[in-house]
Design a protein around this ligand. Sequence first.
Ligand SMILES: NC(=O)c1ccc[n+]([C@@H]2O[C@H](COP(=O)([O-])OP(=O)(O)OC[C@H]3O[C@@H](n4cnc5c(N)ncnc54)[C@H](O)[C@@H]3O)[C@@H](O)[C@H]2O)c1
Length: 332
Amino acid sequence: MEIIIKKGSIKKLKSIVDELSPYKTAVITNTTLEKLWLDKILDQINAVPIVIPDGEEFKSLETAQQIWKKLIEISFTRRSLIIGLGGGVMTDLAAFAASTFMRGTYLGLIPTTLLAQVDAAIGGKTGVNFEGKNIIGTFYLPNFVLIDPETLKTLPEVEIVNGFGEVVKYGILDSRVYKKLKSFRKIDEELIRECVNVKLRIVEEDLRESGKRRILNLGHTAGHAVEKASNYRVKHGFAVAIGLMASALIAEKVNGFDSGKVEELLDKFSLPKRHSFEPKELLEAMKIDKKAWYGRLVFILPEEIGKVTIREVEEKIVLAVLEAMKNDSRDN
Ligand SMILES: NC(=O)c1ccc[n+]([C@@H]2O[C@H](COP(=O)([O-])OP(=O)(O)OC[C@H]3O[C@@H](n4cnc5c(N)ncnc54)[C@H](O)[C@@H]3O)[C@@H](O)[C@H]2O)c1
């Protein structure tokens, strides 16, 4: 698997595809990216675009079926290449289609949101939503991931902030990323590369999430609960930010971690630290999360920047932290 992280690298797509020399190529993207970035691809390579409406609700089995049908129509084979162009919705969907069609085609990903560049397109998880988020999916590594920070220029600010939810997570997991974030000026190749490297290092040791990979779920125990309680109106990166604050505050009570370090980063990137849900509701959502440990409250807790542990936490501690983080009228 090749990961290219370079400004302007989208222009190098032709040489990467030529090297693979696929029988056919299809680009799976959405109506937003179609207007902004698809031409940069079709100018270079001969490919069939498959354009899907924009939205998480289209990351579905129905859409996957439409893609499979289209691939049959154009006589796609296993030696053909699917390129996923877009945010995490597109990279998850394209990767799912590639992993399932004829037991697996070639796959290339061109992530165009910060969240997809540092997270969704890295690590080989694919999926569609089915009665719940990412319930149906596979592990499938792409042949290449092409990350061009230039593509972020057209990304709305709110999506940049959303991506920083995951970037701040890497900052807690890794002291190099933390230092970069402390002196942050702008998003550059270096920052993306540092984040990608943290994820790769962890995933290489544990592709199927049986052990170490779980530490990438830092902030996700409470984060998933916030997403669920909001009916997915709170974006993933924002929910993770709230989850990071929760983990930091729980850690402070359990092992004396300085939660101010997390708070400072969340403030710096305009991420939320508080929530507006019933703490008990969040607690229940945590217990039934698919990544939960059979109803036990298990958290990834920072001990210091660059070091986390996985620990079961007493319900009363979690509840106290969620109560303290709840927005009340004084904040409005
Ligand atoms: N596979 C994994 O490991 C993994 C990890 C994290 C998240 N995910 C998945 O990623 C998805 C969320 O991804 P996301 O946050 O990128 O959301 P997204 O894919 O919905 O993109 C957000 C919005 O930005 C638009 N957009 C994308 N790139 C753009 C650009 N360059 N310019 C202008 N607009 C652009 C999209 O069309 C969309 O409207 C979720 O489905 C989540 O489950 C997967």
